[in-house]
Design a protein. Structure first.
Length: 71
Protein backbone atom coordinates (compact mmCIF):
# COMPACT_ATOMS: atom_id res chain seq x y z
CA UNK A 1 0.00 0.00 0.00
CA UNK A 2 1.32 3.40 -1.00
CA UNK A 3 0.45 6.81 0.34
CA UNK A 4 -0.35 9.90 -1.68
CA UNK A 5 0.38 13.25 -0.08
CA UNK A 6 -1.00 15.34 -2.97
CA UNK A 7 -3.65 16.75 -0.64
CA UNK A 8 -0.93 17.95 1.73
CA UNK A 9 1.10 19.56 -1.06
CA UNK A 10 -2.06 21.32 -2.31
CA UNK A 11 -2.86 22.49 1.23
CA UNK A 12 0.64 23.95 1.57
CA UNK A 13 0.25 25.77 -1.74
CA UNK A 14 -3.09 27.17 -0.58
CA UNK A 15 -1.39 28.42 2.60
CA UNK A 16 1.51 29.88 0.57
CA UNK A 17 3.98 27.58 2.32
CA UNK A 18 6.94 25.54 1.10
CA UNK A 19 7.36 21.88 1.99
CA UNK A 20 10.40 22.77 4.07
CA UNK A 21 8.31 25.21 6.13
CA UNK A 22 6.59 22.16 7.56
CA UNK A 23 9.73 20.90 9.32
CA UNK A 24 9.93 23.54 12.09
CA UNK A 25 6.19 24.22 12.11
CA UNK A 26 5.17 20.61 12.74
CA UNK A 27 8.34 19.50 14.51
CA UNK A 28 9.10 16.76 11.99
CA UNK A 29 12.45 15.77 10.52
CA UNK A 30 13.69 16.19 6.98
CA UNK A 31 13.63 12.38 6.73
CA UNK A 32 9.85 12.40 7.27
CA UNK A 33 9.49 15.05 4.56
CA UNK A 34 11.66 12.95 2.22
CA UNK A 35 9.53 9.85 2.87
CA UNK A 36 6.39 11.80 2.04
CA UNK A 37 8.01 13.09 -1.13
CA UNK A 38 8.56 9.47 -2.20
CA UNK A 39 5.00 8.46 -1.32
CA UNK A 40 6.12 6.26 1.56
CA UNK A 41 4.12 5.68 4.72
CA UNK A 42 4.89 7.80 7.79
CA UNK A 43 3.95 7.17 11.40
CA UNK A 44 0.62 8.30 12.77
CA UNK A 45 2.58 10.36 15.29
CA UNK A 46 4.16 12.35 12.46
CA UNK A 47 0.81 12.71 10.70
CA UNK A 48 -0.71 13.93 13.97
CA UNK A 49 1.99 16.60 14.31
CA UNK A 50 1.39 17.81 10.77
CA UNK A 51 -2.36 17.93 11.28
CA UNK A 52 -1.99 19.85 14.53
CA UNK A 53 0.32 22.37 12.86
CA UNK A 54 -2.01 22.88 9.89
CA UNK A 55 -5.25 22.58 11.87
CA UNK A 56 -6.59 19.78 9.69
CA UNK A 57 -7.49 16.08 9.74
CA UNK A 58 -5.43 13.13 8.48
CA UNK A 59 -7.79 12.72 5.53
CA UNK A 60 -6.90 16.27 4.52
CA UNK A 61 -3.23 15.38 4.01
CA UNK A 62 -2.97 11.76 2.87
CA UNK A 63 -4.76 9.15 0.78
CA UNK A 64 -3.92 5.46 0.85
CA UNK A 65 -3.66 3.76 -2.53
CA UNK A 66 -4.50 0.08 -2.74
CA UNK A 67 -2.19 -1.93 -4.99
CA UNK A 68 -3.88 -3.08 -8.17
CA UNK A 69 -3.66 -6.63 -9.47
CA UNK A 70 -1.87 -6.83 -12.78
CA UNK A 71 -3.43 -9.11 -15.36
Amino acid sequence: MDASYKKLWKLLIDKDMKKTDLIPLAGITSNILAKMGKGEMISMESAKKICAALNCDVGDIVELNQPTAEN
